[in-house]
Design a protein around this ligand. Sequence first.
Ligand SMILES: *[C@@H]1O[C@H](CO)[C@@H](O)[C@H](O)[C@H]1NC(C)=O
Ligand SMILES: *[C@@H]1O[C@H](CO)[C@@H](O)[C@H](O)[C@H]1NC(C)=O
Ligand SMILES: *[C@@H]1O[C@H](CO)[C@@H](O)[C@H](O)[C@H]1NC(C)=O
Ligand SMILES: [Zn+2]
Length: 296
Amino acid sequence: MLTYPAILILVVLTDLHGVRTADWAYWGENGPDKWPGLCQTGKKQSPINIISESAIKKDLGDLKFIRYDYAFLGKVINNGHTIQVQLSNTLPIQLESQYLSSKYNLEQFHFHWGSEHTIDKYRYPLEMHLVHYDEQYGNVTAASQHENGVAVVATFFELSDKDNQAMDPILKAAKQVSAWVGSSSTSLRDKVIPHLLLPKDRTTYYTYEGSLTTPKCQESVTWFVMSETVAISEAQLKIFHNVSSPDGILSFNYRPIQAIGDREVFHHLSGYSSSRSNFSVHIYLALLCTFLIRLS
Ligand SMILES: *[C@@H]1O[C@H](CO)[C@@H](O)[C@H](O)[C@H]1NC(C)=O
Ligand SMILES: *[C@@H]1O[C@H](CO)[C@@H](O)[C@H](O)[C@H]1NC(C)=O
Ligand SMILES: *[C@@H]1O[C@H](CO)[C@@H](O)[C@H](O)[C@H]1NC(C)=O
Ligand SMILES: [Zn+2]
C-alpha cells in the first residue's frame, strides 16, 4: 500500500495536542471513577439521562446553523479516546440561538459509540458532539473556563438498513486512522456538508447546563440534544467499534450517567404554548377582578 504514507500525516508523538496522553480511560485503572477534580466533585456534570416526561416544554427559539450547508475538507484524528473531525474553514461555521446571547464557532466534532446521553434510559448506538465556543473568548480552551463558554449540539444515530452516505468521507478517513492510536490524522478526501450530519427536523431539542464529558469535565457547556435522530448502518457503526486506543480496541467511549441534581431540562418545541400557563393567567385575572370589585 504505497499510497498510505502519502495519505497519512503523522503527528509527532507529543503532548502538545493532548492526543498522546493515556492518563484517562473509559475503563480500568484510569476509568471514570478515577478522573480528577470536577469530574468527581462537580454538581453540573454531563452526560445525564433525560426524562422526557419531566422536561419543561417551552418555545426557546430554533437553533440557527450558519454555514453548515457549505462543503468542507478537513482532517480526521484518532486521539485514542474518539474519532474527531476538524474542518478547514476560513469563515466561521456558527451556532446561534435566542437562548444564548453570543455567536458560537464550531471547533470540532467527534463521536461516542454507545451514546453518552440517554433518553428515558435508552442508549442509542452512536452520538455525535458538535463542539462550539463563544467567539468572544477566541478559542475553545479559553472558553471552557467560562460559564456558557461552550455550546455542544448532540445528535443521536439509530441503526438503519441503509448506509448514511453523508458519513462516508468521515468513515473512510476513520478506517485509515483506526490503528494509529494517539498519533495520527488523515485528510478528508471528499467534502463534508455538516448540515447533512444533522437530523432533517431540527425544530425540537432538549437543553440543559452541564459539563464536558471528558477530563477536566469543566462545567461550561450549554447542551443542545436534538430529539430527532440520524441513520447509520451496522457496517458503518462497526468502523467505530474497531478503533484502537492505548488500552486496546475502543469498544465503547461513553462516560457513565451523572446526577442531574437540581438542574432543569427544557424541551424546545417550536410554537409551543402551554395551556396550563394560560389557565393560571386566567385564574390570576379572575382573582384580581374579584379583589378590585371588592375594593370599589
Ligand atoms: C486561547 O486564548 C487565550 C486567551 O486569549 C490565550 O491566552 C491562549 O494562548 C489561547 N490558546 C490557544 C491554544 O490558542
Ligand atoms: C479493524 O482494524 C484492523 C486494523 O487495526 C483492520 O485490519 C481490520 O480490517 C478492521 N476491521 C474492520 C471490520 O474494519
Ligand atoms: C394562550 O392561549 C391563546 C389561545 O387561547 C394562545 O393564542 C396564546 O398563545 C396562549 N398564550 C400562552 C402564554 O400560552
Ligand atoms: Zn463528546
